[in-house]
Design a protein around this ligand. Structure first.
Ligand SMILES: [Zn+2]
Length: 207
């Protein structure tokens, strides 16, 4: 089956068209990255997000075309992460309906890959109970209000450990609203140290 699919839809580098890879090594190395970030900042991001760039295309293919294999590669854009011993990764949740359509939660794929590299644990504390429009499709003003009340903690009696550093994992941060909304919920349940960890962020992200 895979052979037939590869024949009908050959995999090509989104940067240069070279065969058999979604992004060849040469193009991947050319993706601009942020200078080395400290794990103590409130939002760790690997690369600047620029519309229509190779990175934007890779993220789009990963997220909207369901090409899961791109996820692990994207985490290579992150700076070397040295977490404190008590660190937990929390993927930003997808609404179950969107997850069913896509087949996976892209943030969870990223979180598990980061976990493999760093040893930090992944905990699925949050859920999304509102089916909202994707942030990327909305104008800035709407992005700020689109997510009000969209998230909650899975077990509402759950208390989080204030001694743990929680990293909210997502693919892109644009306005910072998604991370901010998730942070609110975690604070409400006892977490004290919460940061964001994203593959890419735009200039306007205000986390
Ligand atoms: Zn290439």
């Amino acid at each position: 089956m895979k052979i037939i699919l590869d024949f009908l839809f050959p995999i090509r580098c989104l940067g240069c068209g070279k065969n058999k890879t979604h992004c060849c090594e040469k193009c991947f190395q050319k993706i601009p990255r942020f200078p080395k970030a400290s794990t103590l900042t409130s939002l760790i991001a690997g690369a600047p997000f620029v519309e229509n760039s190779l990175l934007a295309k890779l993220i789009h293919y990963f997220k909207y075309d369901g090409i899961r294999d791109i996820g692990p590669r994207l985490t290579d854009l992150l700076p070397p992460l040295q977490f404190l011993p008590k660190s937990v990764l929390i993927p930003v949740p997808l609404h179950w309906r969107r997850k069913n359509i896509r087949g996976f939660n892209q943030s969870a794929v990223l979180a598990h890959e980061i976990s493999k590299k760093t040893g930090a644990q992944v905990c699925d504390f949050l859920e999304r109970h509102q089916y909202t429009q994707p942030q990327i499709e909305l104008p800035r003003q709407k992005r700020l209000t689109n997510l009000h009340g969209a998230f909650s903690i899975k077990n509402k009696f759950q208390q989080l450990d204030p001694a743990i550093t929680y990293f909210l994992v997502d693919d892109v941060s644009t306005t910072g609203t998604t991370i901010a909304e998730c942070k609110k919920i975690l604070f409400r349940h006892g977490a004290k140290d919460i940061r964001g960890l994203v593959i890419a962020r735009t200039e306007a992200s205000t986390v």
